[in-house]
Structures are given as structure tokens and as C-alpha cells.
Design a protein around this ligand. Structure first.
Ligand SMILES: [Zn+2]
Length: 881
């Protein structure tokens, strides 16, 4: 339990470390309860630091066994030690070696930070500040060291011993049953990239030859017996390596690259140098246990962590305020990789859906913060959609502004100039300024303030002059009254009744991009022969909200004729959202929904079989949380749910013959081998999107259809889609299907997570009780982050009607879980708390219920720093010094 008062860390207070640690020699003797760590640290005063400053090494929950300086044990008066720090008030003013021995209990480490055991496997997680739970250290990213690690363990319990870098030595210690391995990493790195693994693991491997001729041994390690589920991850590693060479000229730099899957992990995965450690959810896949979405996520996360080898490891962050420097950039890189592996339009739509579902509400609520925060009380609470997803959008806008060629040259320069250093956002932008000669200081504003900019646009066509004018105005809600306008790249085109108007031109539009960098501007386009429909923010060229009065007929023209896939999809989404929000406000919508159904019908006839993945997205209406975000205040989740259900039923009724025909046309012949490729996944997605609408229109027929699909499915995607559809249709068929699924997958925790999640998302009054019951299920464990996220996380973040129940029962359930979890794993508890981030936008009764749940949490004695920080900020109270 943390008992320290939260301290705020501020960007403006940054100063270089007073000491540097050039080399680290670690000797780790693994034991379930009594692990001994000896660290030999080669320390010297930092010329950029304060002369004569004390040496203060960070610790967290550490027990010191021995300490010496240059081989001499230190007199008690020469140092001070506590679990959280080791201080030498007067360290030598010359290079010296400090040797520190600490003792750890990996089995008791339920926070899953530092060294811990997961299902009997020793593993580590050090980002952001876990290394200080292993030994006393200058645990900050701008202290970079060369590591040599000796790992020793009982051979029977841990036949596999892995570290960072390259293996240099291994052997048995005769007569003890123990063995050891020595690893050396020649690349200087901060402590957060340290890792080791010891355990009984199966291995699948291959080799990859880099573009500079280095043969790299690749391996994926998984729980014994699960080697056949690691093939897709291994293949994704190879494709990632080849892609980064081809696209960014980045080659791998060690002799081995290892990926290890563990079952207890706080995050998705971690990019430790040469030894990536993964949540097993993002490694293990087989047709019977993983959905198409799982395969896509594995590919993306394997790529993400691999790409960090350059954007994060070779060039790391100076301090944690620069987190977006590695995360935003690496998310952008993995998005580009996935787009190249799959359909670019389909992938872009997925990226924007994620951004709107997670980042827009964050940016509009009490947890809003700049992409580069200016202060934090607990850095683990800043691994957010804003830092990651909005951070990636900034990199994407930069590329749009300067063009692909200059972007690649700027990236090369950034890597070359900052290799082996800990960099800042300024260093990143400077590389592009040097390459292009442009001043990016105005563009840098995107990093500095929270809030999603809004752009209001009105269009005017002058038939006589054959011109079309767009009047644009930007505002910056949440950013403060002194915020300057931001630089917004708007990719655009004009569409006529029969197709794109390619002759329309303006000197202010370069390569299809207009740059809005003032509060107000007017763009006039010439040579416009007929009244056009503008296609704006093509490919979602900036992370903004757009207000433009446009009627459904104009939007449906875009759905039919726009050459930009994102905007075709967006047009259908906007029409659907307007219909549903109109229904909420009591405006008549029957004619509107009929016209929309007719347009969707023509769209399906023309394009569904040519691009099923895209068609599936067009058929998927904006989610309930998308609608809540559009409405913005006084939100009633039950009314939103009803409006969305009603439109799904109307569309399902109007399109029923087409939807059945599509399902038949897309059915795979029995015995077709499963393939996770994008085209096959797209066909499954459209069949299942059709099933969703069919069931909304005809619950009885839909239930039969879903149940039949569950029984006949040859893969998890179709089986789970059947179960998800059935989950919305109360009755015995559903409960029998849930029971049969649990029985079939009783030994598959990752599959049971899907079963937990589907039940937690049922939009019915009984769900709170169902979730409480499932918390007692033998397969559920509060100690496993995946289980908690699947059951309680899905309830809190993906079941708007039940989490926000009017009687407060949903808030109580989540608050109870947060408090039960906080002492064991505060990081996961704090993550669950973020579900409360939109509470102020609810209608008054629910708002009051949410506020009392938050106050109950905050008033609980002994609360962790993590949860205190989120609860306090959610309530708008400063709880930090
Ligand atoms: Zn990352």
C-alpha cells in the first residue's frame, strides 16, 4: 500500500540528472519468494548536473541487504535507506562503482510491476517506473546504460532464461540443480526497457536476414502445449521487420529477437530491448479460439512493439512528458503497417472509430490533458487515448502538411540525429523543420493544450461566377481563452450529381489539401460548373469535430459518388446519427429512414460483394457512445439505446431480402479451411453485420439464425458473432448457448474472456446481478487483468445503459470492484475508474448517482495514488500537491 502523499511532477521543473550510470551489471538469482538481486552500477557525476549534489536512487518497496562503494562496505552514516530511496548525501566527485544487493518476493508482487510471477513464469514489467522495484536506481528515461545481466534459477522450474540483448554464456551450476544465462545488450537504454524472463516455455522460431545482412534468430515463447498458436505472431514479426526496412529504412540491430507471452499483464505488450513481453491475448491465436479482430490486433501489436526498437528504444524519451514522442509516432507507424497489410480505407475507418469512441470523450471530460501533459501525479494514468491516438493523428497531419517525401526524409534525419539519445518533441519537429525549411512552431500547438477543435463550415455556390466558397471558422473548446488557432490540414474535393468535379481549382489548395490556420477564413474554388457537394476532411485529415449544415440528400450523394472511402462511410454515419438524434427529440423520421434504407439498398447492390469489409462498416450504425458524444450534455443512455434499436429494426425490415441474400452469397462452403486474411475476414464481417440487422427486425427468426450459426460455425469469429447476436435476445435459447459455450471452452481462459464480455454488455436490467454472479465464477480471478477487463471493464466501458443505470446500481458495482482491486493492483483499478470520465454529461439523476460513487471511492482510507488521482481529477478537485 502506498502511503505517500501524491506529488505533482511538472514539465517546467525538468533538469538533467546529477549523476549518470554508464554500465549496469546485474546478477539475479531467481526464487519464488527469496530472489536476490546484486546490481553493480558504474556511476559518475553528470557534467550537466549540479556539482556535489547528493546521489538519490529511486526505490519502491525494496529491502536492502548489502551496499558497498568501490568494494568497501559503507559506514551507516554514509548513506540513508528506505523502501522508496537510497541516498548518499556526499557521493564521490569522480566515477565510482556502487554494489547493491536487494531481496524480492516475486510471488507476492500482485501489482505486476517490477519482477513478478505469472503462472509460474518469472517476468518483468518496468515501464514506467517498475525497475525501482528490482533495485535502487536512477529510474528516469534520460539515464541510459549498457546492461549485462546474469540470470540464475532452478533448472527444472525455469529451463528458459532470457534477457535483453544477445546471449553470451550459459551453463549449469553442478550439484545444485540450478543453471544460469548471461545476456549482454550493447545498446544504451533507460531502465524502463530492462526485462528478464525465466520459466518453462515452448518455443517456435525462424530466422530473418536484415537488409544489411545480419542473420537474426526470431523466437516466440508461449505456455507449454500452445506452440501451435504462436505461428501467426511469429509471421507478424517477420512481416513487421521487412516492412520497417522497406518503408522507413530501419533494420534490426541484435542477433536475436524474442517475444514472450504471459497470462498476467497490465498492458497489451512491452517493447523491452530485444525481449518483448506480451499479454498472451496478443500472441495466441487459432481459428477455434481467436476472432478476425484478434488476428488483426495481434498483427498490429506485434508490429507496434517491434517498431519501438527505433521509435522508443534507439531514440527514447527524455522524460515521461514526452511519452507521445514514442507512443504517438509508433501508433502512427503500426497504423500504416496494418493499412498496407489490409484495406487502407477500412483500416482508417477503424482508427477513427477508436479515436472518436475513446479520445474525443476523454478530451471533452474532466480527464482531458494535452498530448504532451504539463504535469502529472501518477504517470501510469497517462497511457491514454490522447497520448497514443491523438499523438498518432498529429504525426499523420505533419505528413499531410509536408508531403510523403519530405516526411520520410525528416524521419531519417530524426533517427540519425537522435540515435542513442533521450529526445523531446522539439527534437522531433526540428528534424522536419531542417528538412523542409518550414517553421513548425505554430503546428507544435497541437501538443500543448487539451480539447478537440471544432470547425464550422458553410458553403455558397455562385452560379453566375461559377465559384464555390467555403467559409470556415475554428474554435477550441477546453483549450483556454489564450489558446491560438491550430494548423488544420483539410483534404477536400467537390462532388457533383454524377461524380467528382475534377476541374474545380484554387491556388490555395495544394495536392488536394487546404490549410486552415486562422480563426476565420474563406476558401473560394473556381471553375465549378454545377452546385457541388463538398467532400471535406477526406481520410479524416485532422482530429476535429466538423459542423456543417448538409441535408441527407447531399450526404447520400457522397455515399454514392465520393472517391474518398472514409467520407463515403462518414456520409452514411452522419445520416444515421441525424435520424437517431432526431428521433430522440421527437422529430418524425419515417420518411428519412425510408430514404436512408433505400440508399443503403442501392449501395449494397452496387458494392457489397466487391468490398464486403467496407460494406460491413457502412451497415454498422454509430454506437450508443458515439451518439452520446454527439449530443454532448444531459445524456439519457436508455433513450439513445431505444433510438438506435429502432433504426436498426427499421433498416433490418426494409433490407431483409437483401440481407438474407447477402448472407447466402457470402457463406463459405462447408470444409473451407480458415484463413485470417483481410478478404476472408471482410466476408465474415458483412455476413455478421447482416445478421445483426436481421435479428433487430425479427428477434424470433434472428435468434434461430444466430443459434444455427453458433452450431455450424467453423471458426471463433462466426461462433462469437452468433453468440453476440443471441445475447441481445432474452430467452432460453440464449442461456443454453451461454452454458454450452462455457462448457466447450472450460480450459481456455482467453476464450472465456469473450464469454464474460458478451454477458457484461447485455443491455438489460439483470446484467448488474449477472456480472456480480460471474465475479464468483471459477474462471474469474481479480488477480488477472484480462479477466477484470473482460468482465468489469466491458460492463463499465461498453454497456452504457447498465453502467449508467438510473438507480446507480451500475456505478456501485464498478466502485465496489475498484475498491476491492486497488490494494492488489492499483494500475488496473485506476484504468476501470476512467469509465466515470463522462459523468458530468449525464442527465441530473444519473449525474448525482455517479458523483456519489466517485465521492465514496475518494473518501476510502488507504487509497492508492493511481485511483486517488483519477477520482480526484474526475471530480474536478486538485488532490495533489
Ligand atoms: Zn507503445
Amino acid at each position: 500500500m502506498r502511503t505517500d502523499t501524491p506529488q505533482t511532477v511538472r514539465l517546467e521543473d525538468y533538469r538533467p540528472s546529477d549523476h549518470l550510470i554508464d554500465r549496469v551489471e546485474l546478477d539475479v538469482r531467481l526464487d519464488p519468494h527469496d530472489t536476490r538481486v546484486t546490481a553493480r552500477l558504474a556511476i559518475r557525476p553528470n557534467p550537466a548536473g549540479r556539482p556535489g549534489a547528493p546521489l538519490v536512487l529511486d526505490g519502491d518497496d525494496l529491502r536492502l541487504l548489502a551496499l558497498d562503494l568501490d568494494g568497501q562496505s559503507l559506514a551507516p552514516a554514509a548513506f540513508r535507506v528506505a523502501p522508496s530511496a537510497l541516498t548518499l548525501p556526499e557521493p564521490p566527485q569522480r566515477p565510482f562503482t556502487l554494489t547493491i544487493e536487494t531481496r524480492l518476493d516475486p510471488t507476492a508482487n500482485t501489482k505486476l510491476m517490477g519482477l513478478y510471477r505469472s503462472n509460474g513464469v518469472y517476468c518483468t514489467q518496468c515501464e514506467a517506473d517498475g525497475f525501482r522495484r528490482i533495485t535502487y536506481f536512477l529510474d528516469r528515461p534520460d539515464v541510459m546504460s549498457i546492461y549485462t545481466t546474469r540470470i540464475e534459477a532452478e533448472e527444472a522450474a525455469a529451463p528458459v532464461l532470457l534477457g535483453n540483448g544477445n546471449p553470451v554464456e550459459a551453463g549449469r551450476i553442478e550439484g545444485t540443480g540450478r543453471h544460469f544465462a548471461v545476456w549482454h545488450d550493447p545498446h544504451p537504454k533507460p531502465a524502463y526497457l530492462f526485462a528478464l524472463v525465466g520459466g518453462r516455455l515452448d518455443r517456435v522460431s525462424s530466422t530473418f536476414t536484415t537488409m544489411d545482412g545480419r542473420a537474426v534468430e526470431l523466437a516466440v515463447y508461449v505456455e507449454p502445449g500452445k506452440g501451435d498458436r504462436a505461428a501467426y505472431a511469429l509471421d507478424a514479426v517477420e512481416r513487421s521487420m521487412a516492412w520497417d526496412e522497406r518503408t522507413f529504412g530501419r533494420a534490426y540491430d541484435l542477433d536475436v529477437f524474442n517475444v514472450v507471452a504471459v497470462s498476467d499483464f497490465n498492458m497489451g505488450a512491452m517493447e523491452n530491448k530485444g525481449l518483448n513481453i506480451f499479454n498472451d491475448k496478443y500472441v495466441l491465436a487459432s481459428p477455434d479460439t481467436a476472432t478476425d479482430a484478434d488476428y488483426a490486433a495481434i498483427e498490429a501489436i506485434i508490429a507496434h512493439e517491434y517498431f519501438h526498437n527505433w521509435s522508443g528504444n534507439r531514440v527514447t524519451c527524455r522524460d515521461w512528458f514526452q511519452l507521445c514522442l514514442k507512443e504517438g509516432l509508433t501508433v502512427f507507424r503500426d497504423q500504416e503497417f496494418s493499412s498496407d497489410m489490409r484495406s487502407r480505407d477500412v483500416h482508417r475507418i477503424g482508427e477513427v472509430r477508436t479515436l472518436r469512441a475513446r479520445q474525443f470523450p476523454e478530451d471533452a471530460g474532466p480527464l482531458a490533458h494535452p498530448v504532451r501533459p504539463k504535469r502529472y501525479a501518477e504517470i501510469n494514468n497517462f497511457y491514454t487515448a490522447t497520448v497514443y491516438e491523438k499523438g498518432a493523428e498529429i504525426v499523420r497531419m505533419l505528413r499531410t502538411l509536408i508531403g510523403e517525401r519530405a516526411f520520410r526524409a525528416g524521419m531519417d534525419r530524426y533517427f540519425a540525429e537522435n540515435d542513442g539519445t533521450a529526445a523531446t518533441v522539439e527534437d522531433f519537429l526540428r528534424a522536419f523543420e531542417a528538412e523542409t525549411g518550414r517553421d513548425l512552431s505554430r503546428f507544435a500547438e497541437w501538443y500543448e493544450r487539451p480539447g478537440t477543435p471544432r470547425v464550422a463550415i458553410s458553403g455558397h455556390y455562385d452560379a453566375g461566377a461559377q465559384t464555390y466558397s467555403l467559409a470556415l471558422r475554428q474554435t477550441r473548446p477546453g483549450a483556454g481563452s489564450d489558446a491560438p488557432p491550430v494548423v488544420i490540414p483539410i483534404r477536400l474535393g467537390l462532388i457533383g450529381q454524377d461524380g467528382p468535379l475534377d476541374d474545380a481549382r484554387s491556388p490555395r489548395v495544394t495536392d488536394g489539401v487546404f490549410v486552415l490556420d486562422r480563426w476565420d477564413d474563406v476558401l473560394t474554388i473556381e471553375n465549378v460548373a454545377t452546385a457541388p457537394v463538398p467532400s471535406l476532411f477526406r481520410g479524416f485529415s485532422a482530429p476535429v469535430r466538423v459542423d456543417m449544415a448538409m441535408d441527407d440528400t447531399e450526404r447520400l450523394t457522397l455515399l454514392r459518388h465520393d472517391t474518398d472511402g472514409f467520407n463515403r462511410w462518414e456520409a452514411a454515419q452522419r445520416v444515421a446519427a441525424r435520424l437517431m438524434i432526431g428521433a430522440l427529440r421527437g422529430e418524425a423520421t419515417a420518411a428519412g429512414s425510408d430514404a436512408f434504407a433505400a440508399a443503403l439498398g442501392s449501395f449494397l447492390d452496387a458494392r457489397a460483394l466487391a468490398d464486403p469489409a467496407f460494406a460491413a462498416l457502412v451497415l454498422s450504425l454509430p454506437s450508443e457512445s458515439d451518439l452520446a458524444d454527439d449530443i454532448g450534455s444531459e445524456i439519457d443512455p436508455d433513450a439513445i439505446h431505444a433510438a438506435r434499436y429502432d433504426l436498426r429494426a427499421r433498416l433490418g425490415t426494409a433490407l431483409t431480402d437483401r440481407l438474407h441474400a447477402l448472407r447466402d452469397a457470402l457463406a463459405e462452403p462447408a470444409g473451407t479451411p480458415f484463413s485470417p486474411d483481410a478478404a476472408s475476414a471482410g466476408r465474415r464481417a458483412l455476413r455478421n453485420a447482416a445478421l445483426d440487422l436481421i435479428a433487430a427486425a425479427d428477434p424470433t427468426g434472428g435468434a434461430a439464425c444466430a443459434d444455427a450459426q453458433i452450431h455450424s460455425a467453423g471458426n471463433m469469429t462466426d461462433r462469437l458473432a452468433g453468440l453476440s447476436t443471441l445475447a441481445l435476445l432474452p430467452g432460453e435459447t440464449r442461456e443454453a448457448a451461454f452454458a454450452a459455450f462455457a462448457e466447450r471452452y472450460v480450459d481456455e481462459p482467453l476464450v472465456l474472456d469473450k464469454w464474460f464480455a458478451i454477458q457484461a454488455m447485455i443491455p438489460e436490467d439483470g446484467t448488474v446481478e449477472r456480472v456480480r454472479r460471474l465475479q464468483e465464477h471459477p474462471a474469474f480471478a481479480m488477480t488477472n487483468p484480462n479477466r477484470v477487463r473482460a468482465l468489469v471493464g466491458s460492463f463499465a466501458l461498453a454497456n452504457p445503459t447498465q453502467f449508467n443505470r438510473r438507480d446507480g446500481a451500475g456505478f456501485t458495482l464498478v466502485a465496489d470492484t475498484v475498491l476491492a482491486l486497488d490494494r492488489a493492483n492499483p494500475q488496473i483499478a485506476a484504468r476501470l475508474m476512467t469509465a466515470f470520465g463522462s459523468w458530468r454529461r449525464l442527465e441530473p439523476v444519473r449525474r448525482g448517482m455517479a458523483e456519489s460513487a466517485l465521492r465514496r471511492i475518494l473518501a476510502t482510507p488507504g487509497l492508492s495514488r493511481d485511483v486517488t488521482d483519477i477520482a480526484g481529477r474526475s471530480l474536478g478537485e486538485s488532490v495533489t500537491a
